[in-house]
Design a binder for this molecule. Structure first.
Ligand code: MEV
Length: 440
């Protein structure tokens, strides 16, 4: 049995690796070799990655693919995507090409408001607290002047501070609900620093205020933190074309295809089991670009799913309609993204991904990312309502199976060719592989 370790973070990287290999794996030498195999030869670059987190032992690779031909507001983009799922980049590229000849994607920003809250407990008269809040509000803002100076110079900053009485939800629970404009920064550090400044100022001012009893002065700040729920930081992306321009798909007329697409979206609107998978497909596209551009995909995921449930039932993030012979397909999604700060200027691949995207502002990146999500959803629904998902998925997954089977390059070429005309399933690939080997 392994025993707990003290001071793991202080060990050298080599020692950490040896320890993990000895204590938690069967093949210690092999483990060491696998971990070291992913070290970068460039020591400076490796040390940069080592320092992103604590206890780094190696790098974890994901493929970075490019989905070209995205026409967004009449500008062509090639979108970098970091993702392991075989069919995602292929599906995005196919959808991009399809819409590029049908007017492309149109996008607009519906809002850029970020949110943060100071949660606190106050045991006393609400009216007194409200009066105190109005007196102290300018002081709260003044107390973070050094933090907001630069952001304000660029046109951003604090946009509102509100006292909210939450006592009907939880005894004695109040909050400062604050909104921010963080421009090209995702803003997490800026917002959290402001909130911590507010809570310190609140604590100090409470002590100086003589309108409170001792009990009322005993305000307890529980926590100060940004919210990843940002229903007013939303982008809309849309495609549309006459139904007849959709062309016949896999033996289905353009009209039937359009109707099937709308029906598929409508099912995701009313059925949460389907909506979750539907939205997961959207996030395939979104997360891949968010990751490639060094943004926080966990924040994006949390915010998107909360938004999908904002009206009380989890539902589709995309919408579709056919009106007067025109098919429309669109998404509205909250995205808190940054193109400055964080990893954007430190991680060489992130920097390059942003350059490939023509160094977008945060607003432009919101639009590109929303488009990637919409394209992904279009691709997934198109397959689902026509051929089924497995045909395209297995085509892309084929190389993974062949690699698993240890196929040579020549065998891969031959089997990829074979499965252009045959349906690929895991067992069919195994049979075809064995037959090819046995022929020799
Ligand atoms: C798979 O990663 C994503 C899909 O399941 C999305 C969907 O069902 O819409 C294909």
């Amino acid at each position: 049995m392994t025993t707990p370790i003290e001071g793991f973070s202080k060990l050298t990287k080599e020692d950490k690796i040896n320890w993990i290999a000895q204590h938690y794996t069967k093949y210690s030498e092999e483990t060491v070799a696998i971990l070291k195999q992913y070290w970068n030869n460039d020591a400076k670059l490796q040390s940069l990655h080592d320092e992103f987190i604590e206890n780094t032992v190696t790098n974890f690779y994901l493929p970075l693919g490019i989905a070209p031909n995205f026409l967004i507001n009449n500008k062509l983009y090639a979108i970098p995507m970091a993702i392991e799922e075989s069919s995602v980049v292929a599906a995005a590229s196919k959808a991009a090409k399809f819409w590029q000849t049908r007017g492309g994607f149109k996008t607009s920003i519906l809002g850029t408001e970020k949110v943060g809250q100071v949660h606190f407990i106050y045991q006393g008269d609400t009216e007194k607290l409200t009066k105190f809040f109005h007196i102290v509000k300018p002081k709260l803002i003044a107390s973070v002047a050094p933090i907001i100076k630069n952001m304000e110079k660029r046109g951003g900053g604090i946009t509102s501070i509100e006292l909210r009485d939450k006592t009907s939800d939880l005894q004695n629970y109040f909050q400062l609900h604050c909104t921010f404009e963080t421009l090209d920064a995702m803003g997490a550090n800026f917002i959290n620093s402001c909130l911590e400044g507010f809570s310190q100022c609140l604590k100090d001012e409470v002590q100086n205020y003589n309108g409170f009893t001792d009990r009322e002065k005993d305000i307890e700040i529980v926590m100060s933190i940004l919210s990843n729920y940002i229903p007013n930081c939303v982008v809309k992306a849309e495609v549309s074309c006459p139904v007849s321009d959709l062309k016949a798909h896999h033996g289905i007329t353009a009209e039937d295809f359009a109707k099937k697409m709308v029906r598929a979206v409508n099912i995701a609107k009313v059925e949460p089991y389907r909506a979750v998978t539907h939205n997961k497909g959207i996030m395939n596209g979104i997360d891949a670009v968010v990751l490639a551009t060094g943004n926080d995909f966990r924040a994006i995921e949390a915010g998107a799913h909360a938004y999908a449930a904002k009206d009380g039932q989890y539902t589709s993030l995309t919408h579709a309609s056919i009106e007067k012979g025109v098919f429309r397909f669109w998404i509205e999604i909250p995205l808190a993204l940054g193109t400055v700060g964080g990893l954007t200027s430190i991680h060489p691949l992130v920097k390059l991904a942003l350059e490939i995207l023509q160094n977008p502002t945060a607003k432009e990146l919101m639009q590109i990312v929303a488009v990637a999500g919409l394209a992904q959803n279009f691709g997934a629904l198109r397959s689902l309502v026509t051929t089924g998902i497995q045909q395209g998925h297995m085509k892309m997954h084929l190389l993974n199976i062949l690699n698993q089977l240890g196929a040579t390059e020549a065998e891969k070429l031959s089997l990829v060719d074979y499965f252009k005309k045959h349906t690929a399933s895991h067992s069919a690939v195994v049979v075809a592989f064995e037959e090819l080997r046995n022929k020799k």
